[in-house]
Design a protein around this ligand. Sequence first.
Ligand code: ADP
Length: 463
Amino acid sequence: MNSYSLFRRSRLRLALWYAGVMGVILSVSGLGMYRAMVQTNWAAMEREIESIAGTLHDSVEPLLPPSEEPTAVLQQIFPDLCLSGQPCKATPTLIQRHTIGISDRTTYYIRLFNHQGKLLAFSPNQPLSLPPTLNRTSWQTFRTANGIRYHQFTTILHSANTHTLANEANADSSWGYLQIGRTLEHFDAEIRRIQWIMAIGLPITLSLVTISSWWLSGLAMQPIYQSYQQQQQFTANAAHELRSPLASLLATVEAILRIQQSNQQDIQMMLHTVERQGRRLSHLIADLLLLTSLEQNSGAKPFQPCCLNDLVSDLTEEFLEMATAADINLTCQIPTCEIYALGNESQLYRLVSNLIANAIQYTPRGGYVTVSLVKSDYTAVLAVKDTGIGIELAEQKRIFDRFYRVDGDAYGGLRLRSRKTGGTGLGLAIAVAIAQKHQANLRVESQAGIGSIFTLEVKIVLV
Ligand code: ADP
């Protein structure tokens, strides 16, 4: 499987997981909100029924007659109710009176039962299929034959007389029961509306989530894909860099094997070439390993205060011989006060030595290289300045890339080391990696034909 399809599959999986998780979260929270909405509406409706029942109960109870067969008296109290067993023509004005201002007038119905559960009176808008017998359960929900749901509340009625009797005999002697109910037509319609909204809204939301998760996973995969490509490029470059010295090393060895044993002088010369190529290979491999270990942060020693003054003077001294051989004037400018930075000493030495070596290598004979150290409030600035060939602006961004070397032709022969004969192209990449590890800033300012300044800005510590 090639890397593109691998990343595409990973992106798809990431998007699907993301959409799945988001879908579950959205569905669960949508369902939770739906349940909460239904329950709140239901509780509000029950409170309304209870409050109407309470109002009716309180206003009717003192007027209730003690009689066993109270239909005549009931007709006086509730002139608009239909009496059981008699023709009913009244309009539901009583229920209107009690519920006015509370709710829809046609929504509610009431029924009155005696203490044996026999229906005495009822409002004309009661559901037709309601049985004339009493169900004593406080709350009931039922569905009539035409599919409309009703919710009703039943409460006990005591007349003034039965209260006294009950107290005396301490017995359960209710006058009867008041039943108040309402249609759930509007409630059910509202619930259906919410269900429709959810049924349409949820798939639309999930589709949007799926599209955005595909886009987001693409964004998330992008840096990984880029880094993977860089890694692949790095491997290809490394293989390419290793191949050339290895090929010439093998060719030299083959030539040695073919040469006459007596021709010691030629053999010696070729062995020197083999050694040089071997060293170059070994340098390259060491640089690659160092870069990898810097990236992985493996085997790193804990940071310690390092004296930057010592570092600059030691390295200047070390490179003096090389500079003299190249006819270059190498000097250093170090302040009298000691400046310390927290870091890995050998890595900091490696960083600065790469800069000085480059400055010497890319400066023509008779040129100058100056290494200076300056302290500001919280940082120290270590600069390596040369009067060398300089670097074009376009190249300045790329010289820190791995294996990047400026082409000699770009400078019309000014460049001292060409792509073919030059270094590994890893020196500045290593320097940047070390600087990053030390939270330091490595910059270059350069002008082609005039020279370059590489500055390292690093935080200082007080010792
Ligand atoms: P190399 O092993 O080729 O020196 P580096 O990573 O150290 O690799 O440098 C990358 C490239 O940057 C070099 O090939 C060179 O072209 C350019 N360069 C680095 N330092 C200087 C400098 N002081 N002056 C001019 N060019 C430089």
